[in-house]
Design a protein. Structure first.
Lengths: 193, 498
């Protein structure tokens, strides 16, 4: 099932295989990372299979019921996952395009951005759309600025960012709630904040 | 023929009402802007604006969305030429020659040939849509569930297995998309699937959530993680006009590009990547100025692919409107916009919603003119957008992402799901998984499943139903050919090299 043995590969000292003419492994896309992604697909497939056991197979005239596609999807995902793991362990994913950007991720910077989104998700109903989005904006800008190797900025900078955030989110809020009558949460019942 | 003319005129009457003209104009402006800006594409922009489908009437919003789709193609070429980072996959090839031309001080000519070429191709392609879509719709009425299922299978195959380098990674993406599409109620029996007790999952995962999570949030997180220190040079703008000689070199390239692009848009071949590359290769082969390709930049190399790109984008409307089958990510999202209105895209559309269809087609003619005006004399204005600093731009994208996701069904829970999908988007980009199959699989999956089960019901559970009907058998052969031919080809070229 896992494909034929590759036509040509050369053994390296470490015992892993490298393809002569194909993408070589770089730190950008490590064996560990690739394996993890494969395992992830495998796990999703397994969870889907578990879930599929709860779906009725009542088929009617069709001969296939609502559980047919779930089973197909889970099996294919598990096969794909296993195959990805196999590729990762035998020289890495085939025909891999080198991803753009830096070798290593700036996890410190991205944590600020993720924090912004999480803050927004948990505060939007209490703070209202405008303030919550402005907070998200300020946190995200800080993270993205740090990603560029600049300082995140002090209290003054953060306040400016927050005000910029309000300047973007307020018109958007009014446009959607007033003009298009789409429900977005506000802090007050006035409909303006 | 007369009938067609009358219907088209009726379409113009609807599209030219002040309010619809305003929507078209707004769409063109937003489309051009997001085309110019890196980080946002037409698919995610239309997805973010899907909440408006609950308030705006269908004709107006389809005109608006089509304007965005179109405008992004015009705007995307500006970024490719000046910045060398294509805003859109379809304008990737434009960057090859366009950026070189701009580097040598001919940015203006490159921008002019791109905009005028887009206009020429877009208009010719719209004429072709006007002529052929009704014919295809008439034919499509005769198709039954088995044929529809196989057509959708064909779309899945091309988008995941044929495009992109790795079939394995394409398949993985497609099945992740299908898995997302499974969440919610089963279309036929109404059975609940994979809701994990979360009430929000009962209605399924919204399209806007997946598109915004994967593309907008994923892009922002990826930028923070890996692209912070990447710098870009911006080429100088020169006056936007073409010399007599440049016109003479551009016109045949536009026409060739149009006729390469159009057929590719109508078949499920995954949008505009293949036709643009094909057009580029053709121009390179036919050109009398081969020395300019890859060195100083050849104008044919911009004119051809740009025309092919716009023709393909316009042509995607044929399968979308007549069969209900999307052949690109944006088309898939347009389909789900129609679904929000409870409108079934398919051959019936031309009879049940003929006002909408013809107004949409008429608005394409109008939109092309608007975009030519917006992009030629006003290009300097759009270039200013490139001055927005990256942190503010991407953080701002997060605000728009929130509007789209939260506005769709007022659920803060969806914002967490959006973040999770964003993280998945980062991993997919880092490990070179295509994202288009996820969206297409999610939107088309439930439809394909229903068609398959209906087809089997017709055959009383007998799978033979797919080979007994001549048309579905023919489609099966095409499907096999699409899967086998590229592999055979590769195998042959590999063998001949030895």
């Amino acid at each position: 099932m896992l494909g034929g043995s590759p036509a040509k590969h050369i053994a390296r000292g470490s015992g892993t295989f490298h393809y002569a003419n194909e993408a070589t492994m770089t730190e950008k896309s490590s064996v560990a990372g690739q394996t993890l992604v494969g395992v992830g697909a495998l796990l999703v497939g397994a969870v889907m299979a578990y879930g599929a056991t709860f779906i009725s197979s009542e088929a009617g005239y069709a001969g296939v019921g609502p559980n047919a596609l779930p089973w197909l999807v889970s099996v294919v995902l598990m096969v794909c996952g296993a195959w990805l793991v196999w590729e990762a362990r035998t020289g890495g994913y085939r025909e891999l395009e080198t991803p753009s950007g830096a070798e290593r991720g700036d996890w410190h910077a991205v944590a600020w951005v993720i924090g912004g989104v999480v803050a927004n998700a948990s505060l939007i109903t209490t703070l209202g759309f405008i303030l919550s989005c402005a907070l998200c904006f300020a946190l995200a800008v800080r993270g993205l600025r740090m990603a560029e190797g600049k300082a995140g900025g002090g209290a003054r900078r953060s306040l400016t960012d927050f005000v910029t955030g309000v300047a973007i989110s307020a018109p958007v809020f009014w446009l959607f709630t007033k003009l298009l009558a789409i429900n977005l949460p506000g802090l007050t019942a006035s409909g303006w904040l | 023929m007369m009938d067609l003319w009358n219907q088209l005129m009726g379409g113009f009457a609807t599209a030219a009402t002040p309010i619809n003209l305003l929507w078209a104009f707004l769409g063109c402006v937003i489309g051009t802007a997001i085309g110019v800006l890196p980080g946002l594409g037409p698919a995610v922009t239309v997805a973010m604006l899907l909440p408006i489908t609950s308030q705006v009437e269908p004709t107006a919003s389809m005109i608006f969305f089509a304007g965005i789709y179109y405008g992004a193609m015009y705007g995307g070429s500006t970024t490719s030429i000046l910045l060398n980072t294509p805003g859109e996959t379809g304008t990737m090839v434009t960057a090859l020659e366009g950026f070189k031309m701009a580097k040598n001080g001919r940015a203006g000519a490159a921008l002019a040939t791109a905009a005028i070429g887009s206009f020429v191709a877009g208009t010719i392609a719209t004429v072709l849509v006007t002529l052929f879509a009704p014919i295809v719709a008439d034919f499509a009425v005769t198709l039954g569930p088995p044929e529809y299922f196989l057509l959708m299978l064909l779309a899945f195959t091309t988008v995941s297995a044929v495009l992109g380098k790795s079939t394995l990674r394409g398949m993985t993406s497609l099945f992740i998309g299908l898995a997302l599409g499974l969440i919610g109620l089963d279309q036929i029996t109404g059975q609940v699937r994979y809701t994990m007790g979360v009430p929000e999952f009962m209605d399924g995962i919204e399209t806007v959530l997946v598109a915004v999570g994967l593309f907008a949030v994923g892009e922002t997180l990826y930028t923070a993680l890996y692209e912070g220190r990447s710098t870009q040079e911006v080429n100088k703008l020169s006056s936007v006009h073409m010399t007599r000689k440049e016109w003479k070199r551009s016109i045949p390239a536009w026409l060739r590009g149009t006729f390469i692009g159009f057929p590719f848009g109508t078949i499920p071949a995954g949008g505009s990547e293949i036709p643009t590359f094909l057009s580029y290769a053709t121009e390179r082969k036919l050109s009398d100025h081969k020395d300019e390709f890859g060195t100083t930049g050849a104008i044919e190399g911009v004119a051809g692919p740009e025309a092919a790109n716009n023709a393909a984008v316009t042509a995607t409307l044929v399968p979308l409107l007549t069969l209900g089958i999307p052949t690109s990510v944006t088309a898939a999202i347009l389909l789900s916009a129609l679904q929000n209105y409870g409108i079934q895209a398919g051959p019936q559309l031309f009879t049940t919603s003929s006002t909408l269809v013809w107004a949409l087609i008429a608005s394409l003619y109008i939109g092309n003119v608007m975009l030519l005006v917006l992009n030629l004399p006003l290009v300097g204005l759009w270039v200013k957008l490139l001055k927005i600093p990256k942190p503010q731009l991407y953080a701002g994208i997060l605000i728009f992402a929130t509007v789209g996701v939260y506005g769709m069904r007022q659920s803060a829970f969806d914002l967490y799901v959006m973040l999770a999908l964003g993280l998945m988007g980062v991993a997919m980009r880092r490990f070179d998984f295509p994202t288009a199959p996820v969206v297409v699989g999610m939107i088309l999956g439930p439809l394909a499943e229903a068609q398959m089960r209906n087809a089997l019901s017709i055959g009383s559970g007998n799978w033979g139903v797919f080979v007994e009907r001549p048309l579905s058998l023919g489609l099966l052969v095409v499907l096999a050919a699409v899967l086998a031919l590229p592999r055979l080809w590769r195998w042959r070229t590999a063998a001949s090299r030895k």
